[in-house]
Design a protein around this ligand. Sequence first.
Ligand code: UD1
Ligand code: CA
Length: 450
Amino acid sequence: MATALIILAAGKGTRMNSDLPKVLHPIAGAPLLVHAMKSGASLSPEKTVVVAGHGAELVENAALAWDDTVSVVVQEEQLGTAHAVAQARDALNGFEGTAFVVYGDTPFISTETLDAMKARRATADVIVLGFEASDPGRYGRLVTTGNALERIVEIKDATDAERAITLCNSGVVAADAQTLFDLVDDVTNDNAAGEYYLTDIVAIARDRELSAEVVRCDEAETLGINSRAELAQAEAAFQSKARRTALEDGIAMAAPDTVYFAHDTFVGRDALIEPNVVFGNGVTVENGATIRAFSHLEGCHVARDAVVGPYARLRPGAEVQEGAKVGNFVEMKNAVLAEGAKVNHLSYIGDASIGERTNIGAGTITCNYDGVFKHKTIVGADAFIGSNTMLVAPVSVGAEAMTASGSVITRNVPDGDLAVARARQENKPGLARRMFEKLKSNKEKQAKGA
Ligand code: UD1
Ligand code: CA
Protein backbone atom coordinates (compact mmCIF):
# COMPACT_ATOMS: atom_id res chain seq x y z
CA MET A 1 0.00 0.00 0.00
CA ALA A 2 1.43 3.39 -1.03
CA THR A 3 1.83 6.01 1.67
CA ALA A 4 2.14 9.78 1.70
CA LEU A 5 3.24 11.95 4.56
CA ILE A 6 1.80 15.33 5.56
CA ILE A 7 3.92 17.15 8.13
CA LEU A 8 2.19 20.06 9.87
CA ALA A 9 4.72 22.76 10.61
CA ALA A 10 2.97 26.10 10.21
CA GLY A 11 2.52 27.00 13.86
CA LYS A 12 4.37 29.84 15.48
CA GLY A 13 5.39 28.20 18.71
CA THR A 14 4.71 31.29 20.80
CA ARG A 15 5.86 29.58 23.98
CA MET A 16 9.37 29.08 22.59
CA ASN A 17 9.80 32.85 22.95
CA SER A 18 12.06 32.88 19.90
CA ASP A 19 12.52 34.51 16.49
CA LEU A 20 13.24 31.06 15.06
CA PRO A 21 10.19 29.06 13.90
CA LYS A 22 9.53 26.34 16.48
CA VAL A 23 10.17 23.39 14.15
CA LEU A 24 13.68 24.68 13.41
CA HIS A 25 14.87 24.45 17.00
CA PRO A 26 17.36 21.58 17.17
CA ILE A 27 17.61 18.32 19.02
CA ALA A 28 20.97 16.57 18.70
CA GLY A 29 22.00 19.00 15.98
CA ALA A 30 18.98 18.58 13.69
CA PRO A 31 15.83 20.72 13.56
CA LEU A 32 12.70 19.19 15.08
CA LEU A 33 11.29 19.15 11.54
CA VAL A 34 14.15 16.93 10.34
CA HIS A 35 13.48 14.50 13.19
CA ALA A 36 9.84 14.34 12.10
CA MET A 37 10.92 13.83 8.49
CA LYS A 38 13.34 11.05 9.48
CA SER A 39 10.66 9.36 11.57
CA GLY A 40 8.11 9.59 8.72
CA ALA A 41 10.68 8.41 6.16
CA SER A 42 10.52 4.96 7.76
CA LEU A 43 7.16 4.58 5.95
CA SER A 44 9.03 5.04 2.63
CA PRO A 45 6.38 7.56 1.56
CA GLU A 46 5.82 8.10 -2.13
CA LYS A 47 5.27 11.78 -1.40
CA THR A 48 6.02 14.02 1.55
CA VAL A 49 4.35 17.40 1.98
CA VAL A 50 5.52 19.89 4.59
CA VAL A 51 2.91 22.50 5.54
CA ALA A 52 4.81 25.67 6.46
CA GLY A 53 3.46 29.00 7.73
CA HIS A 54 5.40 31.00 10.28
CA GLY A 55 8.92 31.51 8.92
CA ALA A 56 7.86 29.57 5.82
CA GLU A 57 10.99 30.40 3.86
CA LEU A 58 13.33 29.21 6.61
CA VAL A 59 11.22 26.11 7.14
CA GLU A 60 11.23 25.37 3.41
CA ASN A 61 15.02 25.74 3.21
CA ALA A 62 15.53 23.40 6.16
CA ALA A 63 13.12 20.81 4.72
CA LEU A 64 14.73 20.85 1.28
CA ALA A 65 18.25 20.82 2.71
CA TRP A 66 17.41 17.52 4.35
CA ASP A 67 15.41 16.04 1.47
CA ASP A 68 15.02 17.94 -1.77
CA THR A 69 12.24 15.64 -3.01
CA VAL A 70 9.64 16.90 -0.52
CA SER A 71 6.95 19.46 -1.43
CA VAL A 72 6.55 22.46 0.77
CA VAL A 73 3.18 24.24 0.78
CA VAL A 74 2.35 27.40 2.66
CA GLN A 75 -0.60 27.83 4.99
CA GLU A 76 -0.87 31.63 4.98
CA GLU A 77 -3.13 31.82 8.02
CA GLN A 78 -3.09 29.20 10.76
CA LEU A 79 -6.77 28.42 11.02
CA GLY A 80 -6.35 24.99 12.61
CA THR A 81 -4.98 21.52 11.99
CA ALA A 82 -7.75 20.52 9.52
CA HIS A 83 -7.15 23.69 7.52
CA ALA A 84 -3.43 22.87 7.53
CA VAL A 85 -4.08 19.38 6.13
CA ALA A 86 -6.30 20.88 3.41
CA GLN A 87 -3.28 22.85 2.13
CA ALA A 88 -1.62 19.57 1.13
CA ARG A 89 -4.44 18.58 -1.21
CA ASP A 90 -2.95 19.94 -4.45
CA ALA A 91 0.50 18.56 -3.73
CA LEU A 92 -1.07 15.10 -3.31
CA ASN A 93 -3.26 15.39 -6.38
CA GLY A 94 -3.40 11.98 -8.07
CA PHE A 95 -1.87 10.16 -5.11
CA GLU A 96 -3.68 6.96 -4.21
CA GLY A 97 -3.03 5.29 -0.88
CA THR A 98 -2.82 6.08 2.81
CA ALA A 99 -1.92 9.57 3.97
CA PHE A 100 -0.30 10.00 7.37
CA VAL A 101 -0.57 13.31 9.19
CA VAL A 102 2.25 13.99 11.65
CA TYR A 103 3.45 17.13 13.44
CA GLY A 104 6.74 18.87 12.79
CA ASP A 105 7.15 19.48 16.51
CA THR A 106 6.72 15.83 17.54
CA PRO A 107 10.07 14.21 16.77
CA PHE A 108 10.02 10.74 18.32
CA ILE A 109 7.25 8.67 16.72
CA SER A 110 8.81 5.25 16.15
CA THR A 111 8.92 3.15 13.01
CA GLU A 112 7.09 0.34 14.83
CA THR A 113 4.22 2.66 15.73
CA LEU A 114 3.82 4.01 12.20
CA ASP A 115 3.97 0.43 10.87
CA ALA A 116 1.29 -0.64 13.36
CA MET A 117 -0.95 2.19 12.12
CA LYS A 118 -0.31 1.25 8.53
CA ALA A 119 -1.19 -2.39 9.24
CA ARG A 120 -4.42 -1.36 11.02
CA ARG A 121 -5.57 0.49 7.91
CA ALA A 122 -6.51 -2.96 6.60
CA THR A 123 -9.41 -3.06 9.09
CA ALA A 124 -10.37 0.58 9.63
CA ASP A 125 -10.81 3.74 7.56
CA VAL A 126 -9.37 6.26 9.99
CA ILE A 127 -6.57 5.40 12.41
CA VAL A 128 -5.65 7.76 15.23
CA LEU A 129 -2.53 7.34 17.34
CA GLY A 130 -3.44 7.57 21.03
CA PHE A 131 -1.58 7.24 24.30
CA GLU A 132 -2.34 6.96 28.00
CA ALA A 133 -1.25 10.33 29.35
CA SER A 134 0.23 10.53 32.83
CA ASP A 135 -1.01 14.13 32.86
CA PRO A 136 -3.69 14.54 30.18
CA GLY A 137 -3.62 18.34 30.54
CA ARG A 138 -4.45 20.12 27.27
CA TYR A 139 -4.50 17.05 25.01
CA GLY A 140 -7.55 16.13 22.98
CA ARG A 141 -9.42 13.18 24.55
CA LEU A 142 -10.29 10.00 22.63
CA VAL A 143 -13.87 8.87 23.20
CA THR A 144 -13.99 5.12 22.52
CA THR A 145 -16.31 2.13 22.65
CA GLY A 146 -14.15 -0.96 22.81
CA ASN A 147 -11.74 -0.73 19.90
CA ALA A 148 -13.85 1.78 18.03
CA LEU A 149 -13.12 5.49 18.19
CA GLU A 150 -16.31 7.55 18.40
CA ARG A 151 -14.87 11.07 18.38
CA ILE A 152 -12.12 13.29 19.68
CA VAL A 153 -12.93 16.17 22.03
CA GLU A 154 -10.60 19.11 22.40
CA ILE A 155 -10.08 20.18 25.98
CA LYS A 156 -11.75 23.57 25.49
CA ASP A 157 -14.93 21.82 24.34
CA ALA A 158 -14.87 18.86 26.73
CA THR A 159 -17.35 18.09 29.48
CA ASP A 160 -16.04 17.15 32.94
CA ALA A 161 -16.68 13.49 32.17
CA GLU A 162 -14.71 13.77 28.92
CA ARG A 163 -11.87 15.59 30.68
CA ALA A 164 -11.58 12.59 32.99
CA ILE A 165 -10.55 10.41 30.03
CA THR A 166 -6.81 9.68 30.07
CA LEU A 167 -6.54 8.20 26.55
CA CYS A 168 -5.26 11.17 24.56
CA ASN A 169 -4.72 12.23 20.97
CA SER A 170 -1.12 12.30 19.76
CA GLY A 171 -2.17 14.13 16.60
CA VAL A 172 -0.95 11.40 14.23
CA VAL A 173 -3.68 10.26 11.86
CA ALA A 174 -3.72 7.78 8.97
CA ALA A 175 -6.50 7.48 6.39
CA ASP A 176 -6.99 6.96 2.69
CA ALA A 177 -5.80 10.24 1.17
CA GLN A 178 -8.97 10.97 -0.80
CA THR A 179 -11.13 10.10 2.22
CA LEU A 180 -9.01 12.32 4.43
CA PHE A 181 -9.49 15.36 2.19
CA ASP A 182 -13.22 14.64 1.85
CA LEU A 183 -13.58 14.49 5.63
CA VAL A 184 -11.52 17.66 6.09
CA ASP A 185 -13.91 19.45 3.70
CA ASP A 186 -16.73 18.92 6.20
CA VAL A 187 -14.86 20.31 9.21
CA THR A 188 -16.20 23.65 10.48
CA ASN A 189 -14.75 26.09 12.99
CA ASP A 190 -17.83 26.03 15.18
CA ASN A 191 -16.06 25.37 18.49
CA ALA A 192 -14.61 27.09 21.54
CA ALA A 193 -11.35 27.98 19.78
CA GLY A 194 -12.93 29.01 16.46
CA GLU A 195 -10.43 26.68 14.71
CA TYR A 196 -10.77 24.01 12.05
CA TYR A 197 -9.92 20.95 14.15
CA LEU A 198 -8.50 17.93 12.34
CA THR A 199 -9.79 15.93 15.29
CA ASP A 200 -13.36 16.52 14.06
CA ILE A 201 -12.82 14.14 11.14
CA VAL A 202 -13.41 11.18 13.45
CA ALA A 203 -17.00 12.10 14.30
CA ILE A 204 -17.62 13.07 10.66
CA ALA A 205 -16.26 9.70 9.51
CA ARG A 206 -18.46 7.83 11.99
CA ASP A 207 -21.52 9.79 10.76
CA ARG A 208 -20.68 8.57 7.27
CA GLU A 209 -20.51 4.98 8.54
CA LEU A 210 -16.77 4.83 8.14
CA SER A 211 -14.79 3.08 10.85
CA ALA A 212 -12.22 4.69 13.13
CA GLU A 213 -9.80 2.97 15.49
CA VAL A 214 -7.05 3.83 17.94
CA VAL A 215 -3.52 2.51 17.81
CA ARG A 216 -1.70 3.10 21.08
CA CYS A 217 1.89 3.99 21.69
CA ASP A 218 4.09 4.90 24.58
CA GLU A 219 3.68 8.47 25.82
CA ALA A 220 7.40 9.13 25.30
CA GLU A 221 6.97 8.83 21.53
CA THR A 222 4.31 11.50 21.38
CA LEU A 223 6.38 14.08 23.24
CA GLY A 224 5.60 17.35 21.49
CA ILE A 225 7.72 20.43 21.96
CA ASN A 226 6.04 23.70 22.91
CA SER A 227 8.61 25.39 25.15
CA ARG A 228 12.35 25.62 25.73
CA ALA A 229 11.95 23.42 28.79
CA GLU A 230 10.26 20.73 26.70
CA LEU A 231 13.00 21.08 24.09
CA ALA A 232 15.62 20.45 26.77
CA GLN A 233 13.64 17.42 28.01
CA ALA A 234 13.44 16.09 24.46
CA GLU A 235 17.19 16.54 24.05
CA ALA A 236 17.73 14.57 27.25
CA ALA A 237 15.38 11.84 26.05
CA PHE A 238 17.21 11.67 22.72
CA GLN A 239 20.58 11.46 24.43
CA SER A 240 19.61 8.73 26.85
CA LYS A 241 18.24 6.65 24.00
CA ALA A 242 21.35 7.25 21.86
CA ARG A 243 23.58 6.21 24.78
CA ARG A 244 21.59 3.04 25.42
CA THR A 245 21.72 2.13 21.74
CA ALA A 246 25.48 2.81 21.59
CA LEU A 247 26.11 0.48 24.53
CA GLU A 248 23.93 -2.20 22.94
CA ASP A 249 25.87 -1.75 19.68
CA GLY A 250 29.11 -2.68 21.45
CA ILE A 251 30.61 0.74 22.09
CA ALA A 252 32.61 1.13 25.30
CA MET A 253 31.67 4.11 27.45
CA ALA A 254 32.58 4.29 31.12
CA ALA A 255 30.45 7.40 31.67
CA PRO A 256 27.75 7.32 28.98
CA ASP A 257 25.80 10.13 30.64
CA THR A 258 28.61 12.57 29.80
CA VAL A 259 28.79 11.67 26.11
CA TYR A 260 26.66 13.74 23.69
CA PHE A 261 25.62 12.31 20.34
CA ALA A 262 24.29 14.05 17.24
CA HIS A 263 21.27 12.74 15.36
CA ASP A 264 23.57 11.17 12.74
CA THR A 265 26.60 10.03 14.76
CA PHE A 266 27.95 6.65 13.72
CA VAL A 267 30.32 4.81 16.05
CA GLY A 268 31.56 1.28 15.28
CA ARG A 269 31.79 -1.73 17.54
CA ASP A 270 34.55 -1.86 20.16
CA ALA A 271 35.27 1.82 19.79
CA LEU A 272 36.03 3.45 23.14
CA ILE A 273 34.45 6.78 23.97
CA GLU A 274 35.88 8.30 27.13
CA PRO A 275 33.92 10.74 29.33
CA ASN A 276 32.83 14.20 28.21
CA VAL A 277 33.05 13.70 24.48
CA VAL A 278 30.74 15.80 22.29
CA PHE A 279 29.76 14.73 18.78
CA GLY A 280 28.56 17.45 16.42
CA ASN A 281 26.88 16.55 13.15
CA GLY A 282 28.38 14.25 10.55
CA VAL A 283 30.83 12.11 12.53
CA THR A 284 31.85 8.52 11.79
CA VAL A 285 34.11 6.65 14.16
CA GLU A 286 35.15 3.19 13.01
CA ASN A 287 35.54 0.00 15.00
CA GLY A 288 38.22 -0.04 17.64
CA ALA A 289 39.02 3.67 17.51
CA THR A 290 39.47 5.57 20.77
CA ILE A 291 38.07 9.02 21.44
CA ARG A 292 39.63 10.21 24.65
CA ALA A 293 38.07 12.53 27.21
CA PHE A 294 36.92 16.09 26.51
CA SER A 295 37.19 15.90 22.73
CA HIS A 296 34.81 17.67 20.34
CA LEU A 297 34.24 16.14 16.92
CA GLU A 298 32.21 17.45 14.00
CA GLY A 299 31.98 16.53 10.29
CA CYS A 300 34.90 14.13 10.51
CA HIS A 301 35.94 10.54 10.07
CA VAL A 302 38.09 8.55 12.49
CA ALA A 303 39.29 5.21 11.10
CA ARG A 304 39.98 1.93 12.91
CA ASP A 305 42.42 1.96 15.78
CA ALA A 306 43.05 5.67 15.55
CA VAL A 307 43.32 7.60 18.83
CA VAL A 308 41.90 11.09 19.24
CA GLY A 309 42.33 13.29 22.32
CA PRO A 310 42.15 13.94 25.19
CA TYR A 311 41.11 17.53 24.50
CA ALA A 312 41.19 17.24 20.72
CA ARG A 313 39.04 19.21 18.33
CA LEU A 314 38.18 17.68 14.96
CA ARG A 315 36.34 20.09 12.70
CA PRO A 316 34.61 19.46 9.35
CA GLY A 317 36.73 17.60 6.84
CA ALA A 318 39.12 16.10 9.36
CA GLU A 319 40.03 12.58 8.28
CA VAL A 320 42.08 10.51 10.72
CA GLN A 321 43.19 7.32 9.01
CA GLU A 322 43.97 3.92 10.52
CA GLY A 323 46.11 3.97 13.59
CA ALA A 324 46.82 7.70 13.34
CA LYS A 325 47.00 9.79 16.52
CA VAL A 326 45.66 13.22 17.33
CA GLY A 327 46.77 14.31 20.78
CA ASN A 328 45.84 16.92 23.33
CA PHE A 329 44.99 20.47 22.33
CA VAL A 330 45.20 19.66 18.65
CA GLU A 331 42.72 21.14 16.19
CA MET A 332 42.23 19.64 12.74
CA LYS A 333 40.07 20.99 9.92
CA ASN A 334 39.77 19.87 6.29
CA ALA A 335 42.89 17.78 6.68
CA VAL A 336 43.94 14.18 6.19
CA LEU A 337 46.20 12.45 8.67
CA ALA A 338 47.34 9.31 6.87
CA GLU A 339 47.86 5.88 8.44
CA GLY A 340 50.09 5.87 11.46
CA ALA A 341 50.79 9.63 11.37
CA LYS A 342 50.91 11.54 14.66
CA VAL A 343 50.06 15.06 15.75
CA ASN A 344 50.40 14.67 19.45
CA HIS A 345 50.49 18.09 21.07
CA LEU A 346 49.22 21.65 20.75
CA SER A 347 48.88 21.96 16.98
CA TYR A 348 46.60 23.39 14.31
CA ILE A 349 46.39 21.32 11.14
CA GLY A 350 44.06 22.93 8.61
CA ASP A 351 43.72 22.47 4.83
CA ALA A 352 46.48 19.91 4.92
CA SER A 353 47.48 16.44 3.97
CA ILE A 354 49.94 14.63 6.25
CA GLY A 355 51.64 11.50 4.91
CA GLU A 356 51.83 8.04 6.43
CA ARG A 357 53.85 7.64 9.63
CA THR A 358 54.84 11.31 9.62
CA ASN A 359 55.36 12.92 13.01
CA ILE A 360 54.23 16.48 13.55
CA GLY A 361 56.09 18.07 16.47
CA ALA A 362 54.45 19.93 19.33
CA GLY A 363 53.15 23.39 18.57
CA THR A 364 53.25 23.03 14.79
CA ILE A 365 50.85 25.30 12.92
CA THR A 366 49.74 25.16 9.32
CA CYS A 367 49.40 28.84 8.48
CA ASN A 368 46.60 28.24 6.01
CA TYR A 369 44.95 31.66 5.86
CA ASP A 370 46.47 34.81 4.43
CA GLY A 371 43.55 36.97 5.49
CA VAL A 372 41.70 36.45 2.23
CA PHE A 373 42.44 33.01 0.79
CA LYS A 374 42.98 29.57 2.31
CA HIS A 375 46.01 27.59 1.14
CA LYS A 376 47.10 23.99 1.35
CA THR A 377 49.97 22.30 3.18
CA ILE A 378 51.22 18.93 1.96
CA VAL A 379 53.59 16.81 4.01
CA GLY A 380 54.83 13.50 2.57
CA ALA A 381 55.24 10.13 4.25
CA ASP A 382 57.79 9.41 6.99
CA ALA A 383 58.60 13.08 7.44
CA PHE A 384 59.50 14.73 10.73
CA ILE A 385 58.22 18.23 11.43
CA GLY A 386 60.20 19.78 14.28
CA SER A 387 58.38 21.32 17.22
CA ASN A 388 56.94 24.78 16.71
CA THR A 389 57.30 24.73 12.93
CA MET A 390 55.16 27.28 11.09
CA LEU A 391 54.18 25.80 7.73
CA VAL A 392 53.22 28.87 5.70
CA ALA A 393 50.86 27.57 3.03
CA PRO A 394 50.84 26.97 0.16
CA VAL A 395 53.82 24.80 0.94
CA SER A 396 54.95 21.21 0.78
CA VAL A 397 57.42 19.13 2.73
CA GLY A 398 58.63 16.00 0.93
CA ALA A 399 58.75 12.39 2.06
CA GLU A 400 61.42 11.62 4.63
CA ALA A 401 62.17 15.32 4.96
CA MET A 402 62.69 17.19 8.23
CA THR A 403 62.15 20.71 9.47
CA ALA A 404 64.18 22.12 12.33
CA SER A 405 62.28 23.20 15.45
CA GLY A 406 61.05 26.74 15.38
CA SER A 407 61.34 27.01 11.60
CA VAL A 408 59.06 29.21 9.55
CA ILE A 409 58.78 27.21 6.34
CA THR A 410 57.79 29.36 3.36
CA ARG A 411 59.41 27.36 0.52
CA ASN A 412 58.82 23.76 -0.51
CA VAL A 413 61.16 21.20 1.07
CA PRO A 414 62.30 18.43 -1.32
CA ASP A 415 62.17 14.74 -0.31
CA GLY A 416 64.84 13.79 2.17
CA ASP A 417 66.02 17.38 2.86
CA LEU A 418 66.34 19.13 6.22
CA ALA A 419 64.95 22.66 6.23
CA VAL A 420 66.25 25.11 8.81
CA ALA A 421 64.48 28.44 8.70
CA ARG A 422 65.33 30.41 11.83
CA ALA A 423 68.02 32.82 12.99
CA ARG A 424 71.35 31.22 13.88
CA GLN A 425 72.09 31.11 17.62
CA GLU A 426 74.81 33.32 19.12
CA ASN A 427 76.15 32.95 22.73
CA LYS A 428 77.54 36.07 24.54
CA PRO A 429 80.04 34.81 27.16
CA GLY A 430 79.19 35.86 30.75
CA LEU A 431 76.62 38.42 29.64
CA ALA A 432 73.74 36.88 31.55
CA ARG A 433 75.60 37.04 34.86
CA ARG A 434 76.59 40.68 34.27
CA MET A 435 73.02 41.59 33.36
CA PHE A 436 71.66 40.00 36.55
CA GLU A 437 74.17 41.89 38.72
CA LYS A 438 73.27 45.20 37.13
CA LEU A 439 69.53 44.62 37.53
CA LYS A 440 69.88 43.59 41.17
CA SER A 441 71.97 46.67 42.00
CA ASN A 442 69.34 48.89 40.29
CA LYS A 443 66.71 47.31 42.50
CA GLU A 444 68.72 48.02 45.69
CA LYS A 445 69.23 51.67 44.67
CA GLN A 446 65.48 52.05 44.07
CA ALA A 447 64.67 50.55 47.52
CA LYS A 448 67.04 52.99 49.27
CA GLY A 449 65.69 55.95 47.36
CA ALA A 450 62.12 55.19 48.49
C1 UD1 B 1 -3.43 19.12 18.79
C2 UD1 B 1 -4.72 18.29 18.72
C3 UD1 B 1 -4.93 17.62 20.07
C4 UD1 B 1 -3.74 16.76 20.43
C5 UD1 B 1 -2.47 17.59 20.40
C6 UD1 B 1 -1.26 16.70 20.55
C7 UD1 B 1 -6.20 19.41 17.14
C8 UD1 B 1 -7.37 20.30 16.99
N1 UD1 B 1 -5.83 19.16 18.39
O1 UD1 B 1 -3.65 20.15 19.73
O2 UD1 B 1 -6.09 16.80 20.03
O3 UD1 B 1 -3.91 16.17 21.70
O4 UD1 B 1 -2.35 18.29 19.13
O5 UD1 B 1 -0.12 17.48 20.66
O6 UD1 B 1 -5.68 18.92 16.15
N2 UD1 B 1 -0.53 23.54 12.90
C9 UD1 B 1 -0.46 24.04 11.63
N3 UD1 B 1 -1.43 24.90 11.21
C10 UD1 B 1 -2.44 25.29 11.99
C11 UD1 B 1 -2.51 24.78 13.30
C12 UD1 B 1 -1.54 23.89 13.73
O7 UD1 B 1 0.45 23.70 10.86
O8 UD1 B 1 -3.28 26.06 11.52
C13 UD1 B 1 0.51 22.61 13.36
C14 UD1 B 1 1.33 23.17 14.50
O9 UD1 B 1 2.48 23.83 14.00
C15 UD1 B 1 1.71 21.91 15.27
C16 UD1 B 1 0.54 20.98 15.02
O10 UD1 B 1 -0.11 21.46 13.87
O11 UD1 B 1 2.88 21.30 14.76
C17 UD1 B 1 -0.42 20.92 16.19
O12 UD1 B 1 -0.95 22.18 16.42
P1 UD1 B 1 -1.17 22.74 17.88
O13 UD1 B 1 -1.74 24.10 17.78
O14 UD1 B 1 0.06 22.58 18.67
O15 UD1 B 1 -2.28 21.76 18.41
P2 UD1 B 1 -2.68 21.42 19.90
O16 UD1 B 1 -3.49 22.52 20.45
O17 UD1 B 1 -1.46 21.04 20.64
CA1 CA C 1 0.91 21.34 20.44
